[in-house]
Ligand binder design. Sequence first.
Ligand SMILES: *Cc1c(COP(=O)(O)O)cnc(C)c1O
Length: 375
Amino acid sequence: MKIPLNRPSLAGREMANIRDALRRGQISGDGHYTRCCSRRLEALTGAPRVLLTSSCTHALELAILLTGFKPGQEVVCPSFTFPSTANAFVLRGLKPRFAEVTPETLNMDPDDASRRITSRTAAMIPVHYAGVPCEMDRLTEMAQRHGVMLIEDAAQALGALYQRRHAGTFGSMGAFSFHETKNCHCGEGGALVINDPKWIARAEILRQKGTDRARFLRGEVDKYTWVDVGSSFVPSELQSAYLDAQLQNLRRITARRRQLHQGYVEALRSLEARGVFRLPVIPRDVQSAYHLFYILLESRRERDRVMADLQTRGIFATFHYVPLHLSAMGRRFGYRKGDFPVSENLSERLLRLPFFTSMTSREQARVTTALRRLF
Ligand SMILES: *Cc1c(COP(=O)(O)O)cnc(C)c1O
């Protein structure tokens, strides 16, 4: 039996909800289930408004479109992240100013980020890697001091807390992902968390193809028309119906993932003590969303050896990310190897282990036994 890196897990009511959505007769977005999901996310985070989108990538794009940033301005974000973090603003003509991550959490290093801020900086986009929130007190203070906007890529951090406050609610806006690989998912999906109410009205318009359809649906106007720029960022009711079943079970999903995380830590602690690899660190003042589990090996060679060996046993461990400054796009902005040594080193040594909500304890035992035999 193969053990994949991720297996999309069902929470229970997905099919029943989809049947109900079909029975209700509206398949396009912003019907019953889209509203249900928004309300669940608003109740969870305490944010004044959470708008469902077709992906986290789209939520970030919508955020940047809303801000009205100008081509030539810059955005500070980590190099160690998924391309969407940067694509959202590069698409609008802005430039990435990458920053290092801290070795402890692989989250953006506030000191390094602060050195990257210039008179052209429009925003900072921290990424809560693995579902562990960044140092938000320092990043918030820095953003205020420099007068730059803070937008959180909280793709991996649904339900995570920093000093008892939800990831995604510190910046003016935040973005969640409901991609199949994330803790709660609907195949493809996302949400824009709007914390500063001044953005709400226009966000609703830009998200709905530049029309005031949201006001029409609330009965505030008797027809809807083209009132601004915009695009189509709305998920269908089928996706929302599926997602609603997952969000309803967020506590249970997170609890199981916490158990699996502890399971790995307990089984692998002795190997860490022997210096074979390092386990993830979760700082004291945060609560993780437990999105993924990784180990940091001695070297790239050692990482590749372990990855290949696990694969011959049907265990699919993988690495990520190629730091964005080393990617084809990153190089086009003038970045080179050596620019971010910490990110480069960590990405060479990182190995993600299979980790998903429906993973069984037996599957986990197979992974940890294989690792113990290897060393
Ligand atoms: C998954 C992910 C995204 C993209 O999410 P989509 O919903 O697939 O667009 C963006 N940023 C990070 C950090 C992610 O992990």
